[in-house]
Design a binder for this molecule. Sequence first.
Ligand code: ZN
Length: 198
Amino acid sequence: MRQANGISFSRKPQLADAHSIAYIVRMKRNILLHPDPRLKKVAKPVDDLTDELRALADDMLQTMYEAPGIGLAAPQVGNLNRLIVLDCVKEEGEKPRPLIMFNPLIKASSDEQNTYEEGCLSLPDLYADVTRPKVVDVEWIDRDGKLQTETFDGLWATCVQHEIDHLNGKLFIDYLKPLKRQMMTRKMVKLKRELARG
Ligand code: ZN
């Protein structure tokens, strides 16, 4: 997930000069851009936590920090395992809290909802309000293969739900009205065309 903070909405994104999307070409792992059929697939559960998968998780964290983003899901780097990484600590000087989650599962969601302006590393420079449960209980397997559970609130809750959606082939724009979704998809098609041209 990408955060909208500090982005001016009066400014139309400049596709060609966009240094804010420079991560597309300098990442540890390439991030797939919407529209891409691989972002629509349902990822498969991890039943064997291999060193290869641990290395992938480490690379994903590095890629996420470099972008910078606050969450990244394996399908976004072309891998269809149920793996997400996130770190929603954003205050300057505060200790980072990288989380690696294999097979993350939402066990319970609050009735109370929260609206956040979401962004996504697979849709650079595009943001929209999405309403989701404010608090979620999540269960996952950590990097050491241990089962973990935690209650997330606020930005953390939004981010973990956004990333788990990726494992089910769902993007934040799927919550928007069709017209807005189509508009964003058209912008992405145009951006990808420009990037392909170099
Ligand atoms: Zn995303």
